[in-house]
Design a protein around this ligand. Sequence first.
Ligand code: NI
Length: 172
Amino acid sequence: MAVRPILTAPDPRLKAVSTEVETVDEALRALIDDMAESMYAADGIGLAAIQIGVPKRVIVMDLDQKSGKKNPRAFVNPRIVWASEETATFEEGCLSVPEIWEDVARPAHIRAEYLDREGVQQSLEADGLLATCLQHEMDHLEGVLFIDHISKLKRSMALRKLAKAKRLKETG
Ligand code: NI
């Protein structure tokens, strides 16, 4: 396993549409393990493969880290098969958009289908943080960042703040 660097906006690779995984094999499980390790190293709760530069439809997530035990979940080729009209608003952040937090409204309840790390078909009903996090990560598979959901003004302010932080890091 290895910690891999996480791409940050405006890296154009984050705009790529990821492709379906054809086979869940040892190579894919190695990718999943690297993703989990990279997510934990960066103190994140979710990560899509494209965030480490791999354009495949793979997500890892762990929402229970506060209890101290690591329990990473993998979602391969996830699809949302139903979403509620009711929305919920959470303040979101993203490892690829560091230091920026903004409210985003998304469907409050979803039903999703995916393959697990063994390649077994699974389905899931989710609400709360799990629903939001899954939708946020699935956006990455389409090349969409959470700041694409906020107003143009807020987005350009966020990107400017990010660029400034990057410059400070490079010079300082
Ligand atoms: Ni993200």
